[in-house]
Design a protein around this ligand. Structure first.
Ligand code: AMP
Ligand code: ZN
Length: 314
């Protein structure tokens, strides 16, 4: 049923999102790439992403994290173990490829020449697109004993959530610090570094708020999971007002207590043999960059000196 009291507001919000997207495209910062939420970026945009990335790395240097990088593609068997498809089937992305014969290929080409869909000739490969950059890490640690190690992971993720809001992309970069170890340590890490995360983003001049948050878990069962996440404060987000008066702030970073959600299925244990707990401090690289452009303008020349200095962009 349409809620007539909120309908006009939604329209204003839609207009604000489109205006922000157009502003970014007109400034050359984003380059439309044919689908909602899919963009190229120019050098200035990526200079800021790189600067923010260096800033984050420096801010977390005291943890002496182990740097590790993975492809934006994950083995289906590993993806399966993350349980992501149970909670967020609507966000997943699978990789399909052609495995047929010459005859099948001819049929594909004929369909394509006739202007028909041809991807029905493709079959699921052995891989999925990465949904969170920490997922391949758990597979890497599977079956191991891990006691209080911190990892620094950066990479591209895919989430199928097409939108006209330039803050909501289908593919974006995450920089995560992941703690793997005992239950208490994982919680302490999450709480301590979540505060640090928000303080660092505030020091850039962003109008940040820390809020307990919940994820868009799928379906009826998902409502229960989302409520649970909220009441237990399993996820804390750092939000920034992007469309003030029209919507709540947008999350530019998050801090998650995953409990034994990953340790158990991947068989990761601590020294005393109990299942390892994990926590993630995640930065959304494009969202932080976009929040900076939204707050200070699309030209770096207009940005406060203090922000440019923090990012060593001057
Ligand atoms: P999450 O694992 O959902 O907490 O995501 C980590 C961070 O990635 C969020 O705090 C956002 O900054 C960023 N992020 C999540 N979804 C999107 C999206 N669709 N587009 C751009 N950034 C996103
Ligand atoms: Zn994570």
């Amino acid at each position: 049923m349409t809620d007539t009291t909120t309908a006009p507001q939604t329209t204003d919000l839609d207009a604000a999102r489109l205006a922000f997207r157009d502003e970014l495209v007109d400034a050359g910062l984003l380059v439309p790439a044919g689908e909602p939420g899919l963009f190229g970026r120019n050098g200035t945009f990526d200079d800021v992403v790189d600067a923010v990335d260096r800033y984050i790395t420096l801010g977390f240097a005291a943890l002496a994290p182990e740097r590790i990088r993975f492809a934006p593609v994950i083995a289906r068997s590993a993806f399966e173990r993350t349980d992501y498809v149970a909670s967020f089937p609507q966000l997943t992305g699978a990789i399909h490829t052609f495995t047929g014969s010459d005859r099948d290929h001819a049929a594909l080409l004929a369909a394509r020449a006739a202007g028909e869909d041809w991807d029905r000739f493709l079959h699921p490969g052995e891989t999925m697109l990465v949904s969170a950059v920490c997922h391949p890490l758990y597979d890497h640690l599977a079956g191991q004993q891990v006691d209080g190690r911190v990892f620094d992971v950066v990479g591209y993720t895919f989430r199928h959530e097409p939108s006209d809001d330039p803050m909501r992309l289908q593919s974006f970069r995450m920089h995560e610090f992941v703690h793997v170890g005992g239950e208490d340590d994982a919680r302490t890490f999450r709480n301590t570094w979540s505060e640090r995360q928000a303080a660092m983003l505030a020091a850039l001049g962003l109008d940040v708020t820390r809020v307990p948050a919940n994820d868009p878990f799928f379906g009826r069962a998902g409502k229960f999971l989302a409520a649970n996440q909220l009441t237990d404060e399993l996820k804390i987000e750092v939000t920034v007002p992007i469309y003030p008066g029209l919507s709540d702030g947008t999350a530019i970073a998050s801090a998650n207590s995953a409990g034994d959600h990953f340790g158990a299925p991947f068989g990761i244990t601590t020294a005393d043999g109990t299942v390892a707990h994990t926590s993630c401090i995640a930065f959304g690289m494009e969202r932080i960059t976009l929040a900076l452009f939204r707050t200070f303008g699309t030209s770096l020349a207009d940005w406060p000196v203090s922000t440019l200095d923090q990012l060593s962009l001057r």
